[in-house]
Design a protein around this ligand. Structure first.
Ligand code: V47
Ligand code: SF4
Length: 393
């Protein structure tokens, strides 16, 4: 595999220099990253990103079987991009599940081959260290092999402060109760001024990074996200990626990077237009090129929609999250085209195959559970082109 055909089409010396770095497996600089955002057309950045993706993973594309639990949509914080949270004064529009209700949600999957529960929601005082440790223990007692991917530094920072625990003590207690890994949420954008504007009051960028670093040093894994496409600049995006790349150099504990597109329905930033699909795809591609020490880049289909998720698989992305089973409200409430996000394993396999990639079912830690390379169903035998999926809402 070589990029020489691409080199012949590049007139810009800065872009040519970046393409050569990528071919030579050299890290690109912060300045290079900004140049890619400013001057890199989609065709160019996606060629580089796909080159890296195929070197790392070939055509393999990962997904898992998972479901979400969102304990509450009431929240003490008031992030201006959030369409999901209802302030405590709007309690009538919100939900606050009890431990029993949430255990019933876990038990509803008793006979299904899910491997992961993803738990995240608003921040409220009653959901504290005692509550969550008891909840994690109950899940593990009931179904020990179910991977618990739960809560973010936003919740942990708040809970540990209230319980007068250091981050080290707190994360140790969580691990002992059954926490297996941390999802990537709450990162938003690390630039302090923009973060204050859109997510003021919750944990700082430094605190977010510090909790992940402590968790990684315990030998555990986590994910990372960026919330992009609102009031940030390209330089802010690269600054965010660079802080993640630095931490990953020190710990190697991040598994997957998940760019999250700002959706503007029913929130305080509804006046900010959403970026185009071309920008979404460029952003996946540039993330893949810049984050040379991250193995996986995920297109989270409930947020971006399944058609764009398919396109992203040729722009550096090699993971599309899981079956979800209509258990998250964060993105449907923010205006995603996926209003009831749920895909069967068959849907996910078909989605991946129809763009010429190889579906691999994984667990949260990327152990292979099922390789669908040779899977062919009746519909696929008839398949003559890149049609929309019949399962589209
Ligand atoms: O932190 C909230 C984002 C995140 C909006 O680790 C919004 O596998 C866009 O982190 N527009 C939570 N984004 C979700 C999350 C996540 C999702 C899927 C997989 C993983 C993983 C993690 O959702 C929040 C925030 O950044 N968010 N509102 C909105 N209007
Ligand atoms: Fe609360 Fe999270 Fe929404 Fe911010 S993004 S208001 S912390 S639920």
């Amino acid at each position: 595999m070589s990029l020489s055909n691409l080199f012949a089409t590049i007139n810009d010396k800065d872009l040519l220099a970046i393409a050569k770095k990528v071919e030579n497996n050299e890290r690109i600089s912060i300045e290079d990253g900004i140049i890619l955002y400013e001057k890199g057309e989609l065709g160019f950045v996606s060629s580089l990103a796909n080159y890296i993706r195929e070197k790392k993973h070939g055509l393999n594309t990962y997904f898992n079987r998972n479901f979400h639990i969102e304990p509450t949509n009431l929240c003490l914080y008031t992030c201006s991009f959030c369409s999901y949270s209802r302030l405590i004064k709007q309690r009538s529009e919100g939900w606050e599940y009890t431990m029993e209700e949430m255990m019933d949600m876990v038990k509803a999957y008793d006979n299904q081959p899910v491997t992961e529960v993803h738990i995240v929601g608003g921040v409220l005082p009653q959901y504290d260290v005692k509550f969550y440790t008891e909840f994690f223990r109950k899940i593990k007692e009931h179904r020990p092999e179910l991977h618990i991917k739960a809560l973010t530094p936003v919740e942990y920072h708040y809970m540990f402060k209230k319980a007068k625990l250091s981050y080290e003590e707190g994360m140790q207690i969580m691990a002992e109760a059954g926490l297996d890994s941390m999802p990537g949420g709450g990162a938003e954008i690390f630039d302090e001024a923009i973060r204050k504007d859109i997510a003021g009051g919750k944990c700082s960028s430094e605190e977010w990074l510090s909790i992940h670093e402590i968790w990684h040093k315990m030998g555990k894994k986590s994910n990372a996200t960026i919330l992009y496409g609102h009031i940030e600049t390209f330089a802010h995006r690269i600054d965010h990626l660079n802080r993640l790349r630095d931490l990953q150099d020190r710990t190697g504990g991040f598994q997957t990077f998940i760019p999250l597109k700002f959706r503007n329905k029913d929130n305080q930033m509804a006046h900010v237009p959403e970026v185009s699909v071309i920008e979404d795809l460029r952003n996946y591609a540039i993330s893949r090129i810049f984050l040379d020490n991250f193995d996986h880049i995920k297109a989270y289909w409930p947020m971006i929609g399944r058609n764009v998720a398919q396109l992203a698989l040729s722009c550096g992305v090699n993971d599309i999250d899981g079956t979800i089973d209509d258990t998250t409200k964060i993105y449907s409430m923010a205006g995603s085209e996926e209003q009831n996000p749920s895909m069967s394993t068959h849907d996910l396999v078909t989605l991946i195959k129809r763009v010429g990639k190889v579906p691999i079912e994984r667990d949260t830690l990327y152990n292979v559970i099922n390789d669908f390379t040779d899977f062919q169903n009746e519909e696929d035998k008839q398949f003559k082109g890149y049609l929309s999926l019949p399962v589209l809402n």
